[in-house]
Design a protein around this ligand. Structure first.
Ligand SMILES: *Cc1c(COP(=O)(O)O)cnc(C)c1O
Length: 369
């Protein structure tokens, strides 16, 4: 018998979230009298821990898929995805360009080195690109004047048949916070004024909060997995559903006398007689070790809390309000029927993104409809 832990990935929730984000964008576009934007569903980092092949199936209605890893892009093609694929960091060395052309991938161009590699390349089929403006994130991209120069060099490559369409993109740093995106969006608008080609901006936070800024393409990620990019608004408030549910079972119970303590470091000490359960899930499964006593968890359909330190393979829960719980009682760590991944993340002082991406390879994952 394998350990009872597993993660299920809901194909229906993928589709539901994509449709929900699309409706949200369509409503804003209709108000502004614009055409609704197209959606690059972001599936980097093994689709935020959900599995590339499952994401390709779940996002079959998407307009495009966006990711970082060339191998993941190839896996999308092998899984039958024929639509656009955007490599968010472009390519890293000249040898990558063969695959880019062969698998018909769209690349982000964010630095001079990439421009030079493209200028030295020859393809049988032109490669579509998005030039990245550094509008204030200050990670990747060309600043102001350099952006225009890069655009011109790519337009020249368009004439010579190396490059196909030349779009423009940028990435927002503070879409989830009080600063919002106005500053960066204004810089983007100024930089692209007069340029041709499709425009791409808006991660999940900007897509949900500022859909009126969407242009030709948006790039939501975490929202499509049913998690929230905000710390003050839940995914549920936007009508999103968790795609991943992490489940396990109780594999033991203990009754503590007043004064007895639990687990490594004896970090939790019972004030009175307390029945506790031991769950087959620990940090080696991707559950955050920093989740403190009080982190929400559902045992036998009842919401309760973790107690003491999370170990490598186990964690302890308070069974005071789950008197019927026994070995084998089902536990939901996060997802459908449990706390949201964002609630667990917040308790552990991190974000839902990190927990989803960190699901450990040893956890068996299965798809559900
Ligand atoms: C990760 C990423 C996104 C998606 O971000 P979310 O916050 O998950 O929606 C969009 N664009 C770029 C460039 C990214 O790297």
């Amino acid at each position: 018998m394998p350990r009872p832990i597993s993660a299920s990935i809901s194909r229906a929730a993928f589709a539901h979230n994509l449709a929900t984000v699309r409706r949200h964008l369509a409503a804003a576009a209709a108000t502004a009298g614009n055409a609704p934007p197209r959606i690059w569903s972001v599936i980097k980092a093994n689709a935020y821990g959900h599995g590339i092949e499952r994401a390709v199936a779940g996002f079959s209605e998407s307009d495009g898929l966006a990711m970082l890893d060339l191998n993941e892009a190839v896996r999308c093609r092998e899984a039958g995805w024929v639509g656009p694929i955007l490599l968010l960091e472009g390519f890293f060395q000249p040898a990558d360009l063969d695959l880019v052309s062969r698998y018909h991938l769209t690349v982000s161009i964010h630095c001079d080195e990439q421009l030079r590699m493209l200028e030295a390349a020859r393809f049988s089929r032109p490669v579509d690109v998005f030039v990245k403006l550094n509008s204030g994130m200050n990670r990747l991209g060309f600043k102001g004047g350099y952006f225009l120069a890069a655009h011109r060099r790519l337009s020249a490559l368009q004439q010579s048949g190396v490059v196909g369409s030349v779009g423009s993109m940028t990435h927002f740093a503070t879409a989830d916070g009080p600063e919002g995106i106005a500053d960066q969006a204004t810089r983007f608008r100024a930089a692209v004024s007069g340029l041709e080609g499709p425009l791409s901006l808006c991660n999940s936070a900007a897509t949900l909060r500022f859909p009126e800024y969407a242009a030709d393409w948006v790039r939501p990620g975490v929202a499509l997995y049913g998690a929230s990019p905000f710390n003050d608004q839940t995914a549920e408030q936007f009508g999103l559903r968790p795609v991943m549910t992490l489940r396990s079972e109780l594999i033991g119970t203990q009754t503590l006398d007043a004064g007895e303590a639990v687990g490594y470091g004896h970090r939790y000490r019972a004030e009175r007689g307390t029945r506790i359960g031991v769950v087959a899930c620990g940090y080696a499964d991707g559950y955050p070790r920093h989740a403190p006593t009080g982190t929400p968890i559902v045992v036998g359909g009842v919401r309760t809390q973790t107690i003491g330190r999370v170990s490598m393979d186990m964690l302890a829960v308070d069974l005071s309000n789950v008197p019927d719980a026994v070995v084998g009682t089902p536990v939901v760590l996060w997802g459908e029927g449990g706390p949201s991944v964002d609630e667990v993340a917040q308790a552990a002082d991190t974000i839902g993104y990190e927990l989803l991406c960190a699901l450990a390879p040893r956890v068996p994952v299965h798809g559900v409809d």
